[in-house]
Design a protein around this ligand. Structure first.
Ligand SMILES: [Zn+2]
Length: 123
C-alpha cells in the first residue's frame, strides 16, 4: 500500500536516473483515510530518518497542509498526532508517482505501486 511513510524512501531507479530522482510526484491520485494505531515511540524513533521537505511536499500534493515547513524542535503530542495521520493514515489508492527527473510514471492501482521498469529502463 502507498502511504507517505513508504513514499518518503522511494526514488526513481530507472537506468541512468541518478540525480533529482526524489521525491516522486503524485499525479491524479485518489486517497482513502484509514485509522491506524497511534504509537508515539515509533514516530519519535522514525522522525530523524524522514526526508522532511519531501514529506511536507507530498502531504500537500495529497491535500494535507497540517505539517509545518520546518521540522519543529519541540516534539509534542499534538505534532506527533499530525505526523501520525500524514505518515500512516493517508492511503493512496489510485493514481501515479512521476519521477521529477526522467518523468518515468509509476502507476498505483488498488493501493499497490508498480515499481517495475521495462527492460530498457533497468540499469
Ligand atoms: Zn527517473
Amino acid at each position: 500500500m502507498v502511504r507517505l511513510i513508504t513514499h518518503n524512501i522511494l526514488a526513481c531507479h530507472a537506468k541512468g536516473c541518478t540525480s533529482n530522482n526524489f521525491p516522486l510526484q503524485f499525479q491524479d491520485v485518489s486517497i482513502e483515510l484509514r485509522e491506524a494505531e497511534f504509537n508515539a515511540d515509533f514516530l519519535r524513533g522514525f522522525l530523524p530518518r524522514l526526508e522532511w521537505p519531501a514529506l511536507v511536499g507530498a502531504a500537500r500534493q495529497l491535500g494535507d497542509t497540517s505539517l509545518p515547513e520546518e521540522q519543529p524542535e519541540m516534539i509534542d503530542d499534538e505534532f506527533l498526532q499530525k505526523l501520525h495521520h500524514v505518515l500512516l493514515e493517508i492511503h493512496v489508492e489510485e493514481g501515479a508517482m512521476v519521477c521529477p527527473n526522467c518523468k518515468h510514471v509509476y502507476p498505483i492501482s488498488n493501493g499497490i505501486p508498480n515499481m517495475l521498469l521495462a527492460e530498457h529502463e533497468i540499469g
